[in-house]
Design a protein around this ligand. Structure first.
Ligand code: SAM
Length: 650
């Protein structure tokens, strides 16, 4: 659980009651921070040196002053071909209100400070990726303890701003374990600076491989310290080499197979980085399969206690909402109308009560409401109490796909690819009409068809049939104001029609819409919204519908990352069959060069595709990764081979 900082304002300077200290110098905040962090790390010179990607990491985001000062230098000195990636951790984020007050006083940071406020995440633990494409800046803001957060980061840092309250007031943060993580994320030439010259910090950084110097501090402060990384004195052993990620040169062009949410968001994330994308779809239009429904609910079903799936869904949900807010602020094809998740069954009531009692999520994300309150909020009588997600809503996935693909760097081509082969460092794609296409980098995003190629046939992908029902009109029906989920879901009317469903059919293969499935959808609707159901009855013969297949995996996590070479993995890690704890120092796993996967999103594509696309694009471009290591491993395509070896199933 993340708790927002308890702030006391002395004029315009925030004071932390928890740490008993000011966030920054009360008189010369800008000059002090520029001296201690930006200039001590030679950031202006590094920007001018035309380094393509500059990566800075900080401990303690606070008000974002260091971030904004760095961005100001960046905007003055960088060229169009350069990117800044700023990473910061924060254990006790400022509330949105406090951040607004802090930023309000610094007019010279506009318009970036307003954009930061717009994207500032809800106080949820974990990784949050904020994008400022006009400024060529990415901010990965991690809410959590510095050590826990940096343990989970995959990045190569150029400069460290070691802020955070002083070691005497905040001894827990300045630990040898944190210094070891800082060293793991550094390379020869990485610099650091910090306002403190405490012995524990100097010795700690020296012990892990930094050359440490002192220099006069700013203003009345006697000393500060700074330094350069020479070499890691405590080399880390990779304990799970099967999850290692290749580090390629950034490509200029990438080809993607599949024009649904996964393919379109992968294309968008790469196009944003200046990469030309050829997006291949076998149908005439984008989003004709699993991403083709009229409306999809945009929310994350939260677990009572943290799970990897819950963490991915929450991170992905916040990421998609942020993306939609930036790309379609008028909400022309989506709506942040809120989602009511009803507890129609007794065990769900108990689960929801536990979730609220655990207090793991902020009120701004989820609140408990009675049936009367939810009826009032949603616009029709609901059958039970439940959870309400005020920032959630619905999206038209088809329009979302179109918007993502409408980028000058993306070209769309219609082909049905039947075979892929690597020849002379290029991927040779064969179409159903025996045409050949070539590319250096390839991403497979075609849902359950992703294992039709021999390189990927080992992937255990399943197609799960789902049917939604659509009303002829919405005129005589209660006007829903929010999405309502029970065993199924229904969104507010779009284009004068309601869309509700969906069935979940593990074995179904039928593409036709059936009355049997309409009846199942109506049953679920009746359990959740009896008044609405009553009004609809008698009209149900007018229902139309749509079936689609969701691509699912045995662990219900998507498949995102480099494509492993099956036979190499089985051979290299075969000893796991005998000893699941065996550690393979020095062994590396082989992947098909420049071949990636983004599939298996089930019915959660709206919340998992954009963040997965960002993960892939960051991998392909060798940038800091937007998810914690545990989640990156949990979606790694090689996990099925490793699990099967341990279970001796192969
Ligand atoms: N860099 C900030 C700025 O530009 O406004 C000022 C940072 S303030 C001096 C120190 C920050 O470190 C506070 O926001 C505090 O909550 C954060 N902090 C303290 N201990 C931490 C920890 N263990 N992990 C992450 N953040 C921590």
């Amino acid at each position: 659980m993340i708790t927002c900082a308890d702030i006391f304002w002395k004029n315009d300077t925030p004071y932390s009651t928890g740490f008993d200290d000011f966030y920054f110098n009360t008189e010369q905040s800008h000059e002090d921070s520029l001296y201690v962090y930006v200039n001590a790390n030679q950031i202006p010179a590094r920007i001018s040196s035309k380094q393509k990607l500059l990566t800075i990491a900080e401990t303690g985001f606070g008000t974002g002053l260091n971030f904004l000062l760095t961005a100001q230098q960046w905007l003055n000195k960088s060229s169009n071909r350069q990117q800044l990636h700023f990473i910061s951790v924060e254990k006790q984020p400022l509330s949105h209100k406090d951040l607004k007050r802090a930023l309000h006083q610094w007019k010279d940071f506009e318009p970036l400070s307003s954009k930061l406020l717009n994207q500032y995440p809800l106080a949820c633990q974990g990784f949050h990726r904020l994008s400022f494409p006009d400024e060529r800046i990415t901010l990965t803001l991690i809410f959590g303890d510095a050590l826990d957060s940096y343990k989970q980061l995959e990045a190569s840092i150029d400069a460290w701003y070691l802020d955070g309250f002083s070691p005497s007031k905040n001894p827990d943060m300045w630990s040898p374990e944190l210094f070891r993580e800082i060293a793991r994320l550094s390379k020869p030439g990485t610099t650091f600076s910090t306002f403190t010259s405490a012995g524990i910090v100097r010795r700690g950084l020296k012990a892990v491989g930094f050359e440490v110097k002192k220099q006069p501090g700013f203003g009345k402060k006697r000393e500060m310290c700074l330094g350069t990384f020479i070499k890691n004195n405590a080399p880390q052993v990779d304990t799970k080499p099967w999850f290692s990620i290749p580090k390629p040169e950034q490509p200029t062009e990438v080809t993607i197979i599949g024009g649904g949410l996964s393919g379109c968001s992968s294309a968008y994330s790469l196009a944003q980085r200046g990469i030309k994308v050829r997006l291949i779809e076998k149908e005439q239009h984008l989003a004709t399969a699993g991403s083709g429904n009229r409306q999809g609910a945009l929310y994350a079903k939260l677990p009572v206690s943290p799970t990897k799936q819950g963490e991915l869904h929450l991170t992905g949900f916040l990421h998609t909402v942020n993306l939609l807010k930036r790309k379609d602020p008028e909400q022309s094809f989506w709506s942040q109308c809120g989602v009511a998740q009803l507890a129609t069954k007794e065990n769900e009531k108990i689960r929801q009560q536990e979730l609220i009692d655990n207090d793991h999520y902020p009120d701004s994300l989820v609140q408990h409401k009675s049936d009367i309150e939810l009826s009032e909020i949603s616009g029709s009588v609901v059958s039970s109490s439940g959870l309400f997600f005020p920032t959630a809503g619905w999206v038209s996935p088809v329009d979302f796909c179109r918007l993502l693909a409408a980028h000058p760097n993306i070209s769309i081509e219609q082909h049905d690819i039947t075979n892929i082969e690597q020849v002379d460092h290029l991927w040779n794609l064969t179409t159903i009409n025996s045409k050949h296409l070539h590319c250096s980098h390839l991403i497979i995003c075609n849902a359950e068809l992703a294992n039709q190629f021999k390189q990927t046939e080992h992937l255990p992908l399943k197609a799960i049939r789902g049917q939604v029902s659509i009303t002829e009109d919405s005129a005589d029906l209660p006007q829903l104001r929010t999405v309502v989920c029970g065993e199924g879901y229904i969104s507010p009317a779009q284009g004068g029609k309601y869309c509700f469903g969906a069935t979940f059919d593990l074995k179904g293969k039928q593409r036709d819409v059936t009355q049997y499935d309409h009846n199942r959808n109506l049953e679920k609707l009746k359990d959740a919204l009896p008044e609405f159901h009553n009004a609809l009855i008698g009209k149900n013969e007018l229902l139309t519908g749509r079936t689609a297949f969701r691509c699912s995996t045995p662990d219900y996590m998507p498949v995102v990352g480099p494509a492993p070479i099956y036979s190499d993995f089985v051979e290299t890690f075969g000893r796991l069959r005998k000893d699941k704890n065996w550690r393979f120092d020095g062994c590396t796993a082989n992947h098909h060069p420049n071949l990636y996967l983004n599939t298996g999103h089930g019915s959660k594509g709206l919340i998992t595709c954009p963040i997965s696309a960002e993960l892939l694009a960051s991998m392909i471009c060798n940038e800091p990764l937007p998810l914690p290591k545990t989640l990156i491993d949990a979606v790694n395509p090689a996990r099925f081979i490793i699990k099967n070896l341990i279970r001796r199933a192969i």
